[in-house]
Design a protein around this ligand. Structure first.
Ligand SMILES: [Zn+2]
Length: 413
């Protein structure tokens, strides 16, 4: 079989070098990276990317610090390609950075090819995708699309520095937030490559994933109230044990979601308030996160879980209260973009799988804004993500760059 176009021009060593150099910015003692949203380290990584760009590209930064680079920033039409450079605390080297490096490589390959595309691509690098610092996610891409709110700007980090002040200190002056900073009428597609952050691709031995949809959560803070009692003096049948009730509720969360298959539900934390070894616990709090790529099945699991909660609390004579903290809609990515990526990936000979994304990404905002959006996943080795041990396979990086170059060069395929 003939190699697909760009196979020889994609330079894996150059991509690995760039990943290593970005990794060195904000590197932690544990071997991970901490490059938080609007930190000095994030800015330094943006400077690095800028320094690696070809002289022929026009470069622009918007008022939130997002970077755009293209052979023609004012062309009638463009294809956006990119990702983010910030990380969680002690995160891995690939989350975000990989998508930027793959986009840079694909742009370079297409630009140096003899038949350059009729639609000039634009590299886009977003600020602040991770919610680790401010509790707000995808700050840069939502800002570029006019989706940021006043609440986002007033959210503060651990040191009580609000987002607006962190932006100002970094030299940005966001103006009218409700207006997109991008001329969306010019944008025909957005493509992003990202690490999967789950174990589906690695366990199924696939080289690449093509994302079909992005799961979105319903989230609650749940509080169970019973009664504090002496652990020695209170007979079992007289207890109103909030912690034992919570234990049963957490098991019910797992059971209800497992019964449906297409929905994931998680209790990732628990607080026994004023708990002690010699007390029956009277108050427990835990978060609940329910996600699916379809609203109806997510609603069904949510109802099932809440029914189980009432059944358990009635029987145990404790009470439950819940505060809804998030209800976002899942996003189905563009059928056209999925088809284009599928053709491009097939041509590379890579084994691939179409799958939903469990985590949120800058890509979902573009699809929500009406831009047909496509996403490629590289496998997370052993499913590890947001960790210094985050890794993928070199051949997957190479195939992602070849496939991305292909979709950039064939805008009417
Ligand atoms: Zn990411």
């Amino acid at each position: 079989m003939e190699d697909p176009p760009y196979t020889d021009s994609v330079d894996l060593d150059r991509m690995q070098r760039r990943l290593d150099e970005i990794m060195s910015i904000g590197k932690t003692e544990e071997g991970g990276v901490t490059r938080l949203a609007y930190s000095e380290e994030e800015s330094e990584a943006f400077e690095y990317v800028r320094s690696e760009l070809d002289d022929s590209l026009e470069i622009r930064t918007d008022s939130l610090g997002n970077l755009y680079a293209s052979p023609d920033l004012d062309s009638a039409e463009t294809t956006l390609v990119g990702s983010h450079l910030d990380s969680v605390y002690n995160g891995g080297r690939l989350d975000g950075a990989l998508g930027v490096v793959v986009a840079m490589e694909a742009m370079d390959v297409v630009e140096t090819a003899e038949t350059s595309s009729a639609v000039p691509p634009t590299l886009v690098v977003f600020r602040g995708e991770e919610s680790a610092r401010f509790g707000s996610h995808t700050i840069g891409s939502r800002g570029a699309l006019g989706m940021l709110t006043v609440e986002d700007f007033s959210r503060a980090d651990q040191n009580d520095v609000p987002l607006w002040l962190a932006m100002q200190r970094d030299g940005h002056q966001p103006s009218d937030l409700s207006e997109p900073m991008l001329d969306l009428s010019r944008v025909r597609r957005f493509y992003e490559t990202h690490i999967e952050q789950g174990r589906v691709l690695d366990e199924s031995d696939n080289d690449l994933g093509i994302v079909t949809s992005i799961r979105a959560p319903v989230r609650y803070n749940v509080t169970v109230e019973g009664a504090y009692d002496h652990s020695g003096a209170t007979p079992m049948d007289l207890r109103e044990d909030a912690l034992a009730a919570a234990g049963e509720m957490i098991t019910a969360v797992e059971q209800v979601a497992s019964d449906t298959g297409a929905v994931v539900a998680t209790v990732g934390d628990i607080t026994a308030r004023d708990g002690a070894i010699n007390k029956v616990c009277g108050e427990v709090a835990f978060p609940l996160d329910i996600r699916s790529d379809e609203v109806p099945s997510r609603d069904e699991v949510e109802r099932g879980i809440l029914n189980e909660f009432s059944r358990i609390t009635d029987r145990r004579d404790v009470t439950v209260s819940k505060e809804e903290i998030d209800r976002s809609d899942p996003v189905s990515l563009s059928k056209n973009a999925i088809d284009e990526l599928t053709d491009a990936v097939s041509a590379t000979g890579a084994e691939y799988l179409q799958l939903p994304s469990g985590g949120g990404h800058d890509a979902m905002n573009f699809q929500q804004a009406g831009i047909p959006t496509g996403m490629l996943f590289v496998p997370s080795v052993r499913g590890i993500s947001h960790s210094p041990e985050e890794e993928t396979y070199p051949e997957s990086i190479r195939s992602a760059a070849i496939a991305t170059a292909h979709v950039l060069a064939n805008p009417d395929a």
